[in-house]
Design a protein around this ligand. Structure first.
Ligand SMILES: [Zn+2]
Length: 148
């Protein structure tokens, strides 16, 4: 029997950042755009778009846990001129640091973004979804010509 599933390298759903930092762990894999509930209103997903995610974990010079999160791929939004799907290139790189709550997030240096812990773990899908939300344009337009 043929396996029709797309070749897809899964990321762990949860990581323990303290352990990952100690191990200087790297996670590399893909997420399906269709898995992101909060992006469902913003994105159209005509071809089951995948994003590539790389997480490099470790400590900074101050001993703070850091997750360098890179998200790349092509997603689709509705073009505001022709109302057809329009490709949007994602290429984000963000230094994230795990915090216990929003108050702790205020203590982070400005070049870090907080990611709130759930117990001692981080929800990788939620974290990547936040990164994509922050990087999407307010409105998408086809760059050159709209399709007829
Ligand atoms: Zn268009």
């Amino acid at each position: 029997m043929l396996d029709m599933t797309i070749d897809y390298k899964a990321l762990p759903r949860w990581i323990k950042p303290a352990m990952a930092a100690r191990d200087v762990a790297t996670f590399n894999g893909q997420l399906r755009v269709g898995e992101f509930a909060r992006l469902a209103d913003l994105l159209v997903n005509p071809v089951d778009d995948l994003v590539d995610v790389t997480l490099n974990c470790g400590f900074d010079a101050q001993g703070r846990q850091v997750i360098n999160c890179q998200v790349t791929g092509v997603v689709h939004m509705i073009c505001q001129r022709c109302m057809q799907p329009c490709p949007v290139v994602l290429d984000t790189q963000t230094a994230l640091s795990p915090v216990v709550d929003d108050e702790a997030a205020l203590g982070l240096p400005g070049d870090y973004e907080p990611v709130v812990l759930v117990g001692d773990q981080i929800d990788v899908r939620e974290m990547v979804e936040d990164e994509i939300l922050l990087s999407l344009p307010i409105a998408a337009l086809h760059e050159d010509h709209c399709q007829k």
